[in-house]
Design a protein around this ligand. Structure first.
Ligand code: ZN
Length: 239
């Protein structure tokens, strides 16, 4: 491929609302876009199952993105689930742990993901790594904070003698503004695609369809998504 590294991006793509918005954001900006996912012993495989159909639907809806979208890679990181006790990877209740962090917190997860993404990006001559982490609605995950990401970017570039850039387009916006960003990039069609085809719910529920998409409606991820959707819809009527 003759595309320059500067116009290429690797997206941490989980199949959720945030990473799908990041994928569309990248496709609207970079000439070459690849995706990476991680299998780490999630209790619910559904978020992995929606990834490839989502990529396909995106390029069907926006054919000019088809030439930009390169391969997907899934990295097996089952060891992460094996060594950490989290409600995402084991049969533990949702809620808060004794130290105040959510029980869905997998210590170091985003650090490990970004490290592996950097290795892949480095080998494939890709300059930008895009992740949907967000400090505004970060569910209490300390590895989603801007300082964490900046420190990791510095460590990666020092350790790999590289100039990779970790892009975090959602860092300072809330879930309502994430829906708005999707609308700005791809109009109502992209909002509809994200609503219908992305998966966010921690409980893996795809039986219950709400106006904001599928989910149990009770877990933290569903609450964040639903609250953001309703705030977004209110902002539309207020225009
Ligand atoms: Zn849920």
């Amino acid at each position: 491929m003759s595309t320059s590294p500067a116009s290429s991006a690797l997206i941490l793509f989980s199949g959720g609302q945030d990473s799908t918005t990041c994928l569309a954001w990248a496709l609207s900006r970079f000439e070459r876009v690849e995706t990476i996912g991680f299998r780490y012993g999630q209790r619910h495989a559904i978020e992995m199952d929606v990834r490839l159909p989502l990529r396909q639907k995106l390029v069907e809806l926006f054919p000019h993105w088809g030439a930009r979208l390169g391969p997907d890679v899934v990295i097996p990181l089952d060891v992460l689930g094996a060594i950490s006790a989290s409600a995402l990877t084991a049969d533990l209740p949702f809620g808060n742990r004794d130290d105040g962090l959510p029980s869905t917190f997998v210590p170091g997860r985003n650090l490990v993901f970004l490290m592996f993404a950097a290795i892949v990006a480095h080998q494939r001559g890709i300059k930008h790594i895009v992740t949907g982490v967000c400090e505004t609605d970060y569910s209490g995950y300390p590895d989603c904070r801007d300082d964490t990401i900046k420190a990791l970017q510095a460590a990666i570039n020092l350790g790999m003698e590289s100039r990779l850039v970790v892009e975090t387009p959602l860092m300072w916006i809330d879930k309502s503004q994430t829906w708005q960003m999707a609308e700005d990039i791809g109009g109502q069609a992209l909002v509809n695609l994200i609503t219908e085809n992305t998966h966010t719910c921690y409980a893996g529920d795809r039986a219950n369809r709400h106006d904001w998409g599928f989910g149990c409606g009770a877990c933290d991820a569903c609450h964040l998504r639903a609250d953001g959707w309703h705030a977004y819809r209110r902002s539309l009527t207020a225009r």
